[in-house]
Design a protein around this ligand. Structure first.
Ligand SMILES: Cc1ncc(COP(=O)(O)O)c(C=O)c1O
Length: 363
C-alpha cells in the first residue's frame, strides 16, 4: 500500500477509459485498421465502426446520426460551433456567460478581435447560475449566437439551457451549448435542451482523450471546419480516428446503460462527503448548494485556507483547485477545491478522502 496512488476525485478533469472502450480501440489498432474510405473489405469494416459510433453517439443525445460531426474533442467542437456559424451570419453579436470554459471564451474573444463581433457575457448569481433577467435584457435581434454551457466544470451547477434556447430562438439567434461536463453525468437530450449545436468530449465520459463531437441540428447553417476530402459530410475533413471513435461508441453505450445507477450512487457518496465534512469542519461551504448540480461534483471553500494550500497538505487525494467563477462568488471560488467523483469511486475512497482532509484541516 506504500506506493498506492492517491484517491482520484478529479473526474471533471478526465475519466479513466472504460475497459470496453480500451478493448474496442485495441481491436481497431491491431486488427481492423483499414481506412473507412477504402472500397475493399478492410475499408468496409472500418466504415462500419464509424457508422456504428455515429449512431450510438446520436442515440445517447437523442439526435439523428447525420447530425453528429466527430471532432478531436470538446475544444474543437466549441471552436467549430462558434467559428462555423459566425461565417454564415450577418448578425454581429455573441452572448456567452461569465463561467464558460476557455474553449468558448477564447473563441468568442478571437471573433471579437479579428472579426468585429460584439461579445456580451452574462453574469451568474450567488449559486453560479446564469441570470435570466440579464439574458432577457441582452439577447436581441442583433444576436447571432448564444453559447452557454450545460453544467459548469468547477461547481457542477446546471444552467438554464432550455430557457436560454427559447430566448435565443425568439430573437432569431442560434443556441450552442458546451455539454462537455454534463454528458455521462446527467441525461443530455438535444431536443429537450432546444439547442442547435452541442459540444461533447469523450474523455469526460470514459472514452479516450482527443475525441468528441459536435451535434449540429439539421438545417443549421454552419461553415465547414476542416477542408479536405469531404469526410464528416464535408464539414470536418481528415481520415477518421477509427480506434477512438469505436472506443467512444462503447463509452456512449455504457453511459446509456449505467447513467441512472451511476447518478444515484455518485450523488449519495457526494452528499455524504459534503455532509460529513461540514459536520466536522463547519468553516467549509458548499458552492452552488441551492442550485441544481451535477451528481458527482463537490465544490468547497474553506474559510481562511486556500484550496491550493489544502491540497498540498493532502497528498492522498487527487483533486483540483477551483479557478473559474467570477462575479458574486469570486472570493469564495478563488480558494475553492473541486472534488469530482466517478463511476469507480467507492465508499472506501470517500472514507479515506474524508479522513485525510480532516487531518489536513486539523479537526
Ligand atoms: C466545460 C468544458 N468545455 C470544454 C472542455 C474541453 O474539452 P477537451 O478537453 O475535450 O478539448 C472541457 C474540458 O476541460 C470542459 O470542462
Amino acid at each position: 500500500m506504500m506506493n498506492a496512488r492517491p484517491v482520484y476525485l478529479d473526474h471533471n478533469a478526465t475519466t479513466p477509459p472504460a475497459p470496453e472502450a480500451v478493448d474496442a480501440a485495441r481491436k481497431h489498432l491491431e486488427e481492423d485498421w483499414g481506412n473507412p474510405s477504402s472500397s475493399h473489405v478492410y475499408g468496409a469494416t472500418a466504415r462500419k465502426a464509424v457508422l456504428r459510433s455515429r449512431e450510438t453517439v446520436a442515440g445517447m443525445l437523442g439526435a439523428a446520426p447525420e447530425e453528429i460531426v466527430f471532432t478531436s474533442g470538446g475544444t474543437e467542437a466549441n471552436n467549430f460551433a462558434l467559428r462555423g456559424v459566425a461565417r454564415m451570419s450577418d448578425r454581429r453579436k455573441i452572448v456567452i456567460s461569465s463561467i464558460e470554459h476557455p474553449a468558448v471564451t477564447n473563441v468568442a474573444d478571437y471573433l471579437k478581435r479579428f472579426h468585429g463581433f460584439e461579445v456580451v457575457s452574462l453574469p451568474v448569481d450567488g449559486n453560479g447560475v446564469v441570470k435570466m433577467e440579464s439574458a432577457r435584457e441582452v439577447i436581441d435581434e442583433r444576436t447571432m449566437l448564444v453559447s452557454v454551457m450545460h453544467a459548469n466544470n468547477e461547481t457542477g451547477v446546471i444552467q438554464p439551457v432550455r430557457a436560454l434556447s427559447d430566448l435565443a430562438h425568439a430573437k432569431g439567434a442560434l443556441m450552442h451549448c458546451d455539454g462537455a461536463q454534463s454528458v455521462g453525468k446527467i441525461p443530455v437530450r438535444v431536443v429537450e435542451l432546444g439547442v442547435d449545436l452541442l459540444s461533447i468530449a469523450g474523455h469526460k465520459f470514459y472514452a479516450p482523450k482527443a475525441v468528441g463531437a459536435l451535434y449540429v441540428r439539421k438545417g443549421t447553417n454552419i461553415h465547414p471546419f476542416v477542408l479536405g476530402a469531404g469526410h464528416e459530410g464535408g464539414r470536418r475533413a481528415g481520415t477518421e480516428n477509427v480506434p477512438w471513435l469505436a472506443a467512444m461508441a462503447e463509452a456512449a453505450k455504457l453511459v446509456m446503460e449505467k447513467q441512472q445507477d451511476d447518478k444515484t450512487r455518485m450523488s449519495g457518496l457526494r452528499d455524504r462527503f459534503e455532509a460529513e465534512l461540514l459536520a466536522a469542519y463547519p468553516r467549509a461551504t458548499v458552492n452552488g448548494v441551492s442550485a441544481d448540480r451535477l451528481p458527482n461534483t463537490a465544490h468547497l471553500s474553506f474559510l481562511g485556507l486556500s484550496g491550493a494550500e489544502l491540497l498540498a497538505r493532502t497528498p492522498l487525494i487527487a483533486a483540483s483547485t477551483g479557478a473559474a467563477c467570477k462575479a458574486d462568488s469570486s472570493e469564495r471560488a478563488a480558494g475553492a477545491v473541486r472534488f469530482s467523483l466517478g463511476r469507480g469511486t467507492t465508499g472506501g475512497d470517500i472514507d479515506l478522502a474524508l479522513q485525510s482532509l480532516l487531518k489536513s484541516l486539523r479537526v
